[in-house]
Ligand binder design. Structure first.
Ligand SMILES: [Zn+2]
Length: 161
């Protein structure tokens, strides 16, 4: 555990998301999950990398999933067609019981941690910055859509518990 890790990371699964699921990877980062998105590695390399980095391999490719399982690599097969379905399947499989929507903790572009800058936007919303690439984040109008999606996933997780 390092000092820059948010508390929620101590028990959160880390993910390695294959090249077909970019939109899912982005949303996992926004939710604060340590997520590597890999669109360059072939199946063989993905199966090697996931356990090396203690990540759960996430894929919609059944063949890749079965290969991973054969080699006792932790993998989750997502079959849904929408991000909402995919997030729900993933969290149920990974044992994530609820999502913490109070924090913005990871850069959707590069997966590094975000820190509060201490400044606010015109509407008084705090601005966060990525410690790696410097990209700024705040909960502007785009957040409303994400919040609705994540809240809906959260409700489904709660009702299926
Ligand atoms: Zn970044």
């Amino acid at each position: 555990m390092t000092e820059t890790q948010p508390r929620s990371d101590n028990h959160s699964p880390k993910f390695l998301v294959d090249g077909m699921l970019g939109s899912l990877a982005t949303k996992l980062r926004i939710l604060g999950f340590d997520t590597k998105y890999d669109k360059d590695s072939n199946d063989h390399d993905l199966i090697l990398k996931a356990p090396e980095e203690e990540r759960v391999l996430v894929t919609s490719d059944k063949e890749l999933y079965l290969h991973a399982k054969q080699q006792h690599v932790k993998a989750i097969l997502v079959k849904g067609t929408s991000d909402e379905e995919r997030l729900l399947e993933l969290f149920q499989e990974a044992g994530v019981e609820s999502l913490d929507l109070s924090n913005m903790s990871r850069c959707s572009a590069c997966n590094f941690l975000l820190v509060e800058t201490g400044t606010k936007d015109d509407l008084g919303r705090p601005i966060f910055k990525c410690i790696n690439c410097g990209k700024s984040y705040w909960r502007g109008s785009h957040w409303r859509k994400l919040d609705a999606l994540f809240s809906s996933v959260n409700r489904s997780l709660a009702s299926n518990r």
